[in-house]
Design a protein. Sequence first.
Length: 298
Amino acid sequence: MSRIAFIGLGNMGAPMALNLIKAGHQLTVFDLSTVALARLSDAGGTVANSAVASVLDAEIVISMLPASSHVESLYLGDQEILSSIAPGTLIIDCSTIAPQSARKVATAAATRGLAMIDAPVSGGTVGAAAGSLTFIVGGPTEVVERARPILNAMGKNIFHAGDSGAGQTAKICNNMLLGILMTGTAEALALGVANGLDPKVLSDIMSKSSGRNWALDVYNPFPGVMDNVPAARAYAGGFGVDLMLKDLGLAAESALASHAAIPLGELSRNLYSLHSQAGSGSLDFSSILNLLAPKKVN
């Protein structure tokens, strides 16, 4: 089993780290949250007092952070852990960040004799807890294959999208579509309920019809329709509105750089921006229903 440093124990990172411990790996963990550290300590992880300390004896380093600035700060900036990681160590960054940031850090890692891949995930907090995540990977083939056993302990699907940064590009495309689908699903449900329909009945109808999508089947945004989703707990936990807004912003940046048109992506970004400005930034992104419904449903 491997000695793994895991940095970033948020809603996604913590259950991923727990699955690695369950698989028998030795984890040293670091996060700014003492609550998150206590949870991993109780599960058998070793708590480090800094990011640098966590990587000193690691064979593998995994990071799961909110944004490009955090990843660049960790590896290249204020914390600059690259110089503390032993040559030959495998680095797996599971954050969703700008492709150019992923390539920048991977290039710096390579100059120090470190193998690095970008491996953002899809599947949400439910998938993280169940160990059924999809990993969308960018990097050299030989490094991806080296990482595969570790990724398999946290997920069920591994897709190699291409060279460094390609995993981030594919993830950005996926999350842009997710934002569009969730917005459209919430809008359709709100329209039906405004006209007297039962949201569960309408969801069942659309799930067996041409409007079927992941939000309807797995992550329904209307309270009372589905158990064990954020809508069933006042939109607590899950994938935050501000994180979705960040990813839609990455899609907009990518579109601008490549001269691609994303009118629906831009519309979804504007709606999530309004939702965040209304004070819902920390709620799960399925709470966009509250912006679109005639009145708040939860």
